[in-house]
Design a protein around this ligand. Structure first.
Ligand code: GLA
Length: 386
């Protein structure tokens, strides 16, 4: 039994005084490339990471759902007959939002019995590694299997997104939940966010002698307020002016025309999305044809586009990226929604200590908070563990 299963079972027993009926887990994700393209119906290429959220579940005789976790002292309960998006808030909005969203996708919850859930996680919160999607996906899969709902994984991804959009209140896309549910060991998930067709593609980092370093700046972010929603609104406004349903339909060749029709800021938002979609396609092709050692320039270009056109980077992320590049990373970029969180760097194994040392020194020199720097591996998506 792996450690996280034993500790989930232990946590459940401490909380509820009995053994759980089952244990499920779902990973956080790193987005290799394709940022703010998902809600524009475009392409993304994330992978599930070896940091997981674990849910231990036990049956009840009534219609209550109770949730407890290692990251909050409070236990929250909701009644299956009265649960609505407006009746939950705080961290419990993630698991309870999923319960509500399952019914929205046609799951018949009228005849199921309630459950007790205990949630444990080693996905860092606020780092842009989708700790929220990991909770949503672990709970969604656990309830789907325990209640025998029969929803497939793409639908469970939509359940998680709906919980996030309506209950948590963050207008996010489908990428994080898709990575968490569809990821496989040592592979990335190349997802077409319009059709939801997913191709699982081997990354080959280890064979190429490469490590994927995460630099968590510890500048915390949230997507339920401000910048994320504003960027999404700009993209939608740009699409309206250009007469397309989504920016997915705009090609790099169309950008000259777009420049004439859009104000400067909207144009730059659009240019980021359109070029980023192309970079995702180029990354997947380059990876297949030449291997991971050849994708560095695309990662670097993605960061510049987010920094200058989409304007979602922060000085700490720029410093992490620039220092990693100067230290010999083959490519680096911020990852996730932006306004804080983490950067990633693809680094030759032998350069990892040096890159880490340089970033720590650069942060100390600027008086920034000490970053958390660690390697991640592409891991299996959501699963039942016990
Ligand atoms: C967050 C959202 C995703 C996606 C990214 C940006 O992680 O949850 O849906 O939009 O930001 O690529």
């Amino acid at each position: 039994m792996t450690d996280h299963v034993a500790s989930a079972e232990h946590g459940f027993a401490e909380q509820y005084g009995r053994r759980p009926a089952g244990v499920w887990s779902a990973p956080g994700r790193v987005n290799l490339i394709g940022e703010h393209t998902d809600y524009n119906d475009g392409f993304v290429f994330p992978f599930a990471i070896d940091r997981r959220t674990t849910v231990a579940l036990g049956d009840r005789d009534d219609r209550l759902v109770r949730v407890a976790s290692t990251f909050s002292p409070e236990t929250v309960e909701a009644h299956l007959d009265t649960l609505t998006p407006d009746t939950v808030s705080g961290w419990a909005a993630y698991p309870l939002g999923v319960v509500w969203a399952l019914a929205e996708f046609g799951a018949d919850l009228e005849h199921v019995r309630g459950v007790d859930l205990h949630i444990d996680s080693d996905v860092p919160v606020g780092a842009g590694l989708s700790s929220s999607a990991a909770i949503e996906c672990a709970v969604a899969l656990a309830l789907d299997e325990h209640w025998g709902l029969g929803l497939d994984r793409p639908t469970l991804a939509k359940v998680g997104r709906l919980a996030e959009n309506r209950v948590v209140g963050a207008p996010t896309g489908i990428m994080d939940q898709s990575a968490s549910l569809l990821g496989e060991t040592d592979s990335g998930v190349f997802l077409d966010c319009r059709s939801l067709d997913a191709d699982v593609i081997p990354l080959g980092f280890a064979e190429a002698g490469l490590s994927l370093l995460v630099i968590d700046t510890c500048v915390s972010h949230t997507h339920a307020t401000g910048g994320y929603a504003a960027r999404r609104a700009s993209c939608e406004a740009g699409a309206r002016v250009l007469g397309v349903e989504s920016l997915r339909e705009v090609r790099v060749d169309d950008l000259d025309r777009a420049r004439e029709l859009l104000d400067d800021e909207t144009f730059r938002r659009v240019r980021h999305v359109v070029t980023e979609d192309q970079r995702v396609l180029d990354t997947v092709r380059t990876l297949r044809e030449q291997g991971p050692g050849a994708i560095g320039a695309l990662l670097d270009a993605s960061h510049v586009s987010m920094r200058d056109d989409f304007e979602i980077s922060v000085p700490e992320l720029d410093l992490a990226v620039e220092t990693a590049q100067a230290g010999g990373a083959i490519g680096a970029r911020m990852t996730g929604g932006g306004f804080g969180g983490a950067a990633i760097a693809l680094v030759g194994d032998e350069r990892v200590p040096e890159v880490r040392r340089r970033i720590e020194a650069a942060f100390a020199e600027r008086g920034y908070r000490e970053p958390a720097i660690f390697t991640v591996h592409a891991a299996q998506g959501a699963r039942r563990d016990a």
